[in-house]
Design a protein around this ligand. Structure first.
Ligand code: CP3
Length: 341
């Protein structure tokens, strides 16, 4: 089906656009009262994720309510560890929790490589959402990057330091590589399945990139991201590695279209490091959206100028926070949509 508003796809491919396109990480859920209403009707987060009709509804909400140029499928990066044999729970106000974690070679041997069919509920949600979007805007599919998924599988939940996961890299590097390869193979199967189901674009989230040393990032993270970029080639592909300043030059060499920047990364410096053959995505500090409307407007315009008219997809430098007001988010989106170079 032809997509009516394909600004994001064109920007990703480096084609000319009439204006800078915009979407927001974590736009589905979190800030929308309309999301909370749907969620209240369901048992909880996981039920939402696993019921295609509801996932579809909350995926489309930000397109209707915020006017963003793309939808991102409502799901979570933790569906992959679950499909590999480690089920998760999402604990209210606390976050994810895994009953089983990976500690030994035997645990890794037991973990299976996931197939797209293991995540049929996501595949069905993508198919349904594509149908319901009816070509209005592209649908973004996603997965966690192998290192970030590995970190949750070892740690069993969130952590400030992910030191158990890092300890595993230092003390059992061969086993770490075995698990990372299984995660990578699962992710490739999953992302290919998302494309077959209709995803128009893909993003890899490496949320915990910044806690690795540059050497470890090369050895345990980029190597696997690079395999995924090489394997999944049919739609524009974005890699977002939070806090990975040190890896920007190598990220410019990945076989992908777009690199996501967080708000601590200088735009001009990032462009120099990454080169001209990639689209850059980002990178407003989400906390700007706590300030007043006038400040949001001027700072957003400053950001647009810093990136320039070509090869930019406007976004935040990380996901929206749950207590940001919807009207402030809308101000950010509208400022971008109204801006002309
Ligand atoms: O971008 C979108 O709106 C699509 C949906 C999406 C969710 N999670 C829904 C969600 C996406 C892309 C994710 C990715 C994700 N999940 C990441 C990578 C991006 C990032 O923020 O760094 C990570 C690290 C996770 C793991 C995760 N999921 C955590 C740590 C938590 C608890 C804290 C939180 O974010 O609220 C979640 C839960 C989660 N995932 C919620 C939503 C809407 C909140 C659940 C709820 O209470 O309704």
């Amino acid at each position: 089906m032809k997509i009516k508003n394909d600004l994001i796809l064109r920007a990703a491919r480096g084609e000319k656009v009439e204006r800078t396109p915009v979407w927001l990480m974590r736009q589905a859920g979190r800030v929308l009262p309309e999301y909370r209403e749907v969620r209240a009707k369901m048992g909880g987060f996981k039920e939402l994720v696993e019921t295609p009709e509801f996932a579809c509804e909350v995926t489309i909400q930000p397109v209707d309510i915020l006017g963003v140029d793309a939808a991102i499928i409502f799901s979570d990066i933790l569906v992959i560890p679950e499909a590999m044999g480690l089920p998760y729970q999402m604990i209210e106000a606390k976050g994810p929790w895994f009953e089983k974690t990976i500690k030994s070679a035997a645990d890794i041997a037991q973990v299976r490589v996931a197939q797209a069919e293991d995540l049929k509920y996501v595949i069905d949600a993508i198919k349904l959402t594509k149908k319901e979007l009816n070509g209005r805007v592209p649908l973004i599919g996603f997965a966690g990057a192998p290192w970030t998924i590995f970190a949750y599988m070892i740690e069993g939940g969130g952590s400030k330091t992910f030191s158990k996961a890092k300890k595993f890299l230092y003390t059992q590097p061969i086993l770490a590589h075995q698990l990372l390869q299984k995660i990578t193979d699962s992710t490739i199967n999953y992302l290919k399945g998302q494309v077959v189901a209709g995803a128009d674009m893909l993003q890899l989230f490496d949320s915990w990139a910044g806690i690795l040393s540059p050497e470890h990032y090369n050895e345990f993270a980029l190597k696997y991201i690079s395999q995924i970029c090489d394997a999944v080639k049919d739609v524009p592909f974005t890699v977002f590695a939070k806090d990975a300043h040190f890896a920007r030059k190598q990220m410019g060499m990945l076989n992908c279209d777009t690199i996501g920047l967080d708000w601590t990364m200088d735009v001009a410096e990032s462009r120099l490091l990454i080169g001209n053959n990639k689209t850059l995505q980002g990178n407003m500090d989400p906390c700007l959206l706590y300030s007043d409307f006038a400040t949001i407007k001027t700072e957003t315009q400053k950001m647009l100028k810093a990136f320039g008219p070509h090869r930019h997809i406007a976004n935040l430098g990380h996901g929206l926070y749950p207590d940001i007001e919807k009207d402030k988010v809308k101000c950010f989106v509208d400022t971008i949509k109204e801006y002309r170079f």
